[in-house]
Unconditional design. Sequence first.
Length: 403
Amino acid sequence: MSTVSRSTFDQVMVPNYAPAAVIPVRGRGSRLWDQNDREYVDLAGGIAVTSLGHAHPKLVAALTEQAGKLWHLSNVMTNEPALQLAQRLTSLTFAERVYLCNSGAEANEAAFKLVRRWGSTLFGAHKHTIVAFDNAFHGRTLFTVSVGGQAKYTQGFEPLPGGIVHVPFNDLAALEAVMNDGVCAVVMEPIQGEGGVTPATQEFARGVRALCDKHQALLVYDEVQTGNGRTGKLFAYEHYGVTPDVLTTAKGMGGGFPVGAMLTTAKIAEALAFGTHGSTYGGNPLAGAVADAVLEEISKPELLANVEARSQQLRAGLEVLAQRHGLFGAPRGMGLLLGAPLVESWNGRAKDIVNAGLAEGLWMLVAGPNVLRFAPALNITEADVVEGLARLDRACAALARQG
Ligand SMILES: *Cc1c(COP(=O)(O)O)cnc(C)c1O
């Protein structure tokens, strides 16, 4: 038996998390097993991270092969896996230059520093305002919580960095009202993930691009959650017919290995000249090897087709359960990032549904207190979705009985 359990957490960890009552110890595909060998269907995907499921043979091979060769050099030397990854990213996207790091927050921190430096270098110190959206989530460093649009993540951490303005999401008139030549960038998630799985409308996405062009501001897409095949295209910007100037990604990019990236054009990248930014671990060979293997799998048409097929299956199943139990309404989102908003009488109880799911052997997520979120592996099978929905059906029935 293991010498650690869930109660150990409260004895040795900082209390910033409230993890579930059970501890998973191994996984395979979209299934997990806990310390008592109880099995779960995984519709959470480690919060949109385990993009190819658990213990994918190709990723295990990529990691172990690199682990036997070289782990770390630092950026005073470059390395082959990082260069191969950057080559693949530039060949598959609008981008011409890549900055590698270890998380979503770091990718955004780099992006926000880039747009500030771009503004001050090309136009002068006055061009420094970053416009972002209410309910946005961009990470947990001080700069990224400040650009994020949720007060609960900044409270008690003041004073916050200045020069940041927030307006309502999907409200073009509100954005237009704050745009001026002092704005260096507008930052948006194409689908607000943590904020409740709220997609930008087509009209809004195009309008934001046009306003950025009009005021010579950069458009930053935070695709930390929506990137790497999550929405059925490699990156969500492809759905909108809008090309950002800067794109950040992480989460699904490493399939569970910590890695993040900021992508941009050659011209804009010049603002991060030698010595202006950096990271000790960013672009290390292990992360490079794993992320390159992830991207190779994810960019295959069969994989993206599975995202679309499983999305339709999951959506249809959730709609049936929405009707049957009356706890949540029809799901929104794209691909395998779906959110089911709770009906009003169940508001605030998304966590209760997640816990009822766990009791039935199912992992799900919340996106705020009022939205049930699903972000399973992109290669999840039809059978696993069927089983996950069956367990959710039982969980909802049990909850509805309890009231
Ligand atoms: C998760 C997330 C982040 C933060 O990523 P970390 O790896 O936790 O730092 C930033 N932006 C979005 C849109 C996210 O979903």
